[in-house]
Design a protein around this ligand. Sequence first.
Ligand code: NAD
Length: 413
Amino acid sequence: MTDNKLAKVPNSGEIIKYINETLEVPNNPIIPFISGDGIGPDIWFASVRVFDAAVKKAFDNTKKIEWMEVYAGEKAHELSGEWLPEETAQIIKKYSVAIKGPLTTPIGGGFRSLNVSLRQILDLYACIRPVRHFEGVPSPVKEPQKLNVVIYRENTEDVYAGIEWKSGSKEAKQLIEYIRDNFGKNIRDLSGIGIKPISPFNSKRLVKKALQFAVDKNRSSITLVHKGNIQKFTEGAFRDWGYEVAKDDFSSQVISEADLWDKYNGQANGKVVIKDRIADSIFQQILLRPTEYDVLATTNLNGDYISDACAAQVGGLGLAPGANISDEVALFEATHGTAPKYAGQNKVNPGSLILSGVMMLEHLGWHKAADMIVDATQRTISEKTVTYDLARQMEGATKVSTSGFADAIIANL
Ligand code: NAD
């Protein structure tokens, strides 16, 4: 790609390819990154040093990521007048794997959110958020280590599809009339209207990805989280389609919770158990019976809520990684936003982006480097060398800056 307006292709490095549905990763892959807005550059420039040091050490200098900056958000707007230049999504698509810092939501920029737009343009239909506790991280619960889940959140539809009309708008009025005249259902005048589409296509491909992960990684269960007792044809349908995929595509590796007890006397024998829970109950369950949950698969809005709740339970957003993926593209990002009041202060916790990079290294198959970062992060936290967000809750902690935390992790690699 030589005709990029903003991004420059590095002089060395090779492209990651998908061949026969497998990722082919060269020793020097080119990986695009977006440094992000607000605290984005603080955490990105700290994190990238950790990734490079771990890769160098894990593979004795035989592997190296060639980073390629691509632009979105404020930096893109300054350079080109556009918040999300077309080339950015095209480059991410071409290079298959990318990582980003948080992006601001421009007021009046014509965007609901740059992140949601990127996910929609690239059809990154699964948002994956692993949540685990690092020993020593302060948490509001007594035994935070008992929660260890991976959340698969549908990323493209539900109320996030952006199909909604304001109270009193022409469209809202027309819809209210149409529904009254044709379906006999009354909606109060001046209601705002939002549409919640949940399709078999999107539900099934999300659950399929979550099931594949659970099977590949020998996870014990997958729970379909839904609000189907009330929203029968959207949330309830999601649950039904999820069970259908398990039956149609994973019958030899997955059993239902009902069959587990009715037919197998509670013995899963290495199979993944598929069950479902109503969304309100899962918020109680993760607090009261966290060990009973492993992989969670859910619709978009439920997934948004449950991932923040799980992150809080293990100590907050500073250590909450994520990935947005399609079948061909994976874009890794921290779960938190741009925290504008801390921007440029070299203060916040880069842990969330560092752990998103760990997910990226695992995706590349570079497990040794990924494991080294996880171990070094744990060691650094155990030594109580942490950023302000954790230091203020830990007795005897040494408070370090964003870059100082990265330095400490590198020293512990
Ligand atoms: P936020 O996550 O940016 O910040 C909320 C608070 O969480 C901060 O004030 C801070 O106290 C804490 N926090 C967040 N990240 C931290 C870190 N790394 N270390 C320590 N503390 C941290 O949420 P917000 O204030 O609601 O959103 C600010 C902006 O970010 C908005 O423009 C929003 O649209 C955007 N946003 C972007 C993403 C994304 O890019 N994926 C996600 C969420 C919000």
